[in-house]
Ligand binder design. Structure first.
Ligand SMILES: NC(=O)c1ccc[n+]([C@@H]2O[C@H](COP(=O)([O-])OP(=O)(O)OC[C@H]3O[C@@H](n4cnc5c(N)ncnc54)[C@H](O)[C@@H]3O)[C@@H](O)[C@H]2O)c1
Ligand SMILES: [Zn+2]
Ligand SMILES: [Zn+2]
Length: 339
């Protein structure tokens, strides 16, 4: 079989590999489609602290089950599945408290171990979630990024009563926008790339703010009558933006959900957190949210088609990564197709 390997930072190749063996509790999935994510690109550029090389990247993938181990349940040969890339130990503090996505020995397929950009992948049967027949492979490949949307909604306790700010209109910010609109919230979104803000407007954002031309604090005052945002998502990974989110933008009793993984430090004033009883909430990957997302897809509650801008055959993954780098104004999500 063929696999897309980042051999070392800056070097990607399609190589020949053996089809993986499965254990008793694993299934073998013939991959049909897989999405390229910012973190795959970061691994390619050597900017992901968690990744080791060589690495078969890809954590957003779906396919057909072609083999099952003797001790698997609920999954059969022929099933169409989305694979949750989160692998946890099951007995650390986080795992014991229903937070396995922040397991102390967390492994993410495509980051810490080989992922989905290969023709066949072995995964634990408990990571495979059945897909309804009416969801095409390319669309199904976005279940994982939408699981981030489901997780951040849960972490931020997002409801239809909230006035929300999303910082960053990348694929993740736009997915959060769709989820927030689905819940009935009023939503503003901030970016510096006009084409992404246009897309946000089409998706139903109640206000779009271009940080290059408009002061976000002024925009907040107008949009919230000076009250501030009840719920803020920081999805730019820009430390200065997070500082503004904490100091200038939240309402009393506001929540700020932090998605970025930059290591840059940030000076904050305790009084800004204390005086408003702010909650600053981390969020990572997803905690068993695939069934919820598959339900959204089945019922047409979100619009994954709007996020997918390009498809490439997986054998041209190198070209796809280059295209992604060269066209940030055009690309949201590239799907690699297999077959
Ligand atoms: N916590 C998690 O589980 C998780 C999961 C997926 C992605 N992420 C992170 O979430 C973030 C968003 O992901 P993405 O795929 O949409 O990334 P992206 O890079 O495509 O989107 C970031 C957006 O922020 C905008 N931006 C950057 N600097 C800005 C500034 N100063 N002012 C306004 N806008 C600015 C960019 O123009 C871009 O549109 C990334 O940092 C990513 O690493 C976290
Ligand atoms: Zn991703
Ligand atoms: Zn654990």
């Amino acid at each position: 079989m063929k696999a897309v390997v980042v051999e070392k930072p800056g070097s990607i190749a399609v190589v020949e590999r053996d089809i993986p063996e499965i254990t008793e509790t694993q299934v073998l999935v013939k991959v049909k489609a897989a999405g390229i994510c910012g973190s795959d690109v970061h691994i390619f550029h050597g900017k992901n602290a968690f990744a080791t090389y060589p690495r078969v990247v890809g954590h957003e993938f779906v396919g057909e089950v072609v083999k099952v181990g003797s001790q698997t349940e609920h999954i059969a040969v022929g099933d169409r599945v989305a694979v949750d890339p989160v692998v946890s130990c099951g007995h650390c503090y986080a795992c014991q408290h229903d937070r396995h996505n922040v397991c102390s020995s967390l492994q993410v397929m495509g980051v810490h171990r080989d992922g989905g950009f290969q023709e066949y992948v072995a995964a634990d049967y408990r990571q495979a979630y059945k897909l309804p027949d009416n969801i095409p492979w390319e669309i199904a490949a976005t279940v994982e990024p939408y699981s981030i949307g489901a997780q951040v909604a849960h972490r931020g306790r997002l409801t239809g009563d909230d006035t929300v700010l999303i910082c960053g209109a990348g694929p993740i910010g736009l997915i959060i926008l769709q989820v927030a609109k689905m819940k009935g919230a009023r939503v503003a979104i901030l970016d510096i790339v006009e084409s992404r803000l246009e897309k946000a407007k089409e998706m139903g954002a109640d206000m779009v703010v271009n940080g290059k031309t408009t002061d976000i604090v002024d925009a907040m005052k107008e949009f919230t009558n000076g009250e501030g945002f009840n719920l803020i998502y920081e999805a730019t990974a820009n430390t200065k933006i997070l500082a503004t989110c904490i100091r200038d933008l939240p309402s009393q009793a506001g929540r700020i959900v932090v998605l970025g993984f930059t290591t840059q430090e940030l000076p904050i004033r305790q009084v800004d957190i204390m005086g408003r009883e702010l909650e600053i909430i981390g969020t990572r990957l997803n905690n068993h949210r695939f069934p919820e997302v598959i339900g959204w897809f089945k019922d047409g509650k979100v619009q994954p088609k709007e996020i997918i801008t390009h498809t490439f055959p997986f054998a041209k993954a190198g070209e796809a990564f280059a295209f992604n780098d060269e066209h940030p104004d055009k690309v949201l999500k590239i799907i690699l197709t297999f077959d």
